[in-house]
Design a protein around this ligand. Structure first.
Ligand code: CU
Length: 349
């Protein structure tokens, strides 16, 4: 072999081994915030364990089969001095035939049982006391979150408490859709579950550590499907309870300055109220996100943009500038009205 072909083989080997080195990296160093290799919740851990088991089994098959294949390819390759007559033929061998039927069946049955076990262990869980119930409603292109017991309605940023594995306080999600199919997938917390119109689905998460967990609508649902991002804020118990208290307050629609009160007037006298709710005002629309505590959110439009005054102004003037094809219309308001509206929205803590 020449030097050139040596480096070629080496490079091929490196490409081949790269995925394995990703697996070997410790969970905390995983670069992607949506890595399935860094599970932080029981359902995600079970799925991760199953993936590793399947990978080990198929890896074992590969390790046995590939060298045999490579050996035969090299050993029995066409040589120039071959006489090209047929090798001796063998008909029927009970041992060989049994081996290649029974062994694969055992492997497939093993994979089937392991998968069925994981599915059952995730699905057959009844909510323990102390668990949180959330109704998740998928909309084109945003998420509605309702906490029926806590009487909270919010959007796009799901808040849940940390669950100590010794005393689990999981969060159970009932998944609904207002229009078409969506799919809830936060890879570090759980597997993917669809939101299907007229077919409520259930899933649960019990995040073991605090932090922000990201995901993405995982079922194509229309033009802005790609900007239908999932943000799950996992908080220590006290912090979560503080969030709950704040969300239960009525809107802080103080009209301290004349700019703010004129913004409130614009809001209440235009179609905003048909699509949006602000508790304590006449606005009770449900087509768009609840804005009662808009300023408690880090992002707007399902994670499409940070929640800054500039982005709010841009969004109200022309939603398509941030999310082309979103279901909120540009209202054609004057600059003055847009500024007043933005000032008003910024009081919604
Ligand atoms: Cu979607």
């Amino acid at each position: 072999m020449s030097r050139g072909s040596h480096t070629k083989w080496l490079r091929a080997l490196l490409v081949f081994c790269a995925p394995a080195s990703v697996l070997a990296e410790p969970a905390s160093h995983v670069a992607s915030p949506t890595s399935i290799f860094a599970p932080a919740s029981t359902p995600a851990q079970s799925i991760f364990g199953l993936s590793m088991f399947v990978l080990a089994v198929v890896g074992g098959v590969f390790v046995v089969v590939f060298p045999l294949l490579a050996y035969s390819v090299v050993k029995f390759r066409d040589r120039h001095n071959d006489d090209h007559s047929e090798p001796p033929q063998i008909y029927g061998s009970n041992q060989v035939e049994l081996a290649w039927i029974v062994v694969p069946i055992l492997i497939v049955v093993g994979l089937f049982l392991a998968t069925a076990h994981v599915i059952a262990s995730i699905q057959n869980v009844t909510p323990p006391s102390g668990s949180t119930e959330v109704v998740v409603i998928g909309h084109q292109y945003w998420w509605e979150y309702r906490y029926p017991d806590l009487k909270i309605v919010t959007a796009n940023e799901l808040h849940v408490p940390v669950s100590d594995p010794a005393h689990p306080t999981p969060t159970f999600l009932t998944l609904l859709s207002a229009d078409t199919d969506h799919s809830f997938w936060v890879p570090r917390l759980a597997g993917k579950t669809d939101l299907i119109p007229n077919h409520p689905n259930r899933m649960w998460i019990d995040p073991h550590e605090a932090g922000l967990f990201l995901g993405q609508c995982a079922q194509y649902c229309g033009t802005q499907h790609a900007k239908m991002l999932l943000r799950v804020y996992v908080q220590p118990r006290e912090e979560f309870e503080r969030w709950v208290r704040d969300q239960r307050q009525p809107a802080n629609a103080s009209s301290a300055s004349s700019g703010i009160s004129s913004g409130k007037r614009v809001f209440e006298s235009t179609a905003c109220t048909n699509c949006h709710t602000i508790s304590g005002t006449a606005a009770n629309g449900r087509f768009g996100p609840d804005l009662t505590h808009l300023m408690s959110r880090d992002t707007i439009a399902a994670g499409a943009a940070p929640n800054t005054p500039e982005n709010l102004r841009l969004w109200i003037r022309n939603p398509d500038a941030i999310k082309p094809g979103s279901k909120m219309p540009a209202m054609g308001l004057s600059d003055q009205d847009v500024n007043a509206l933005t000032a008003f929205l910024e009081t919604l803590h």
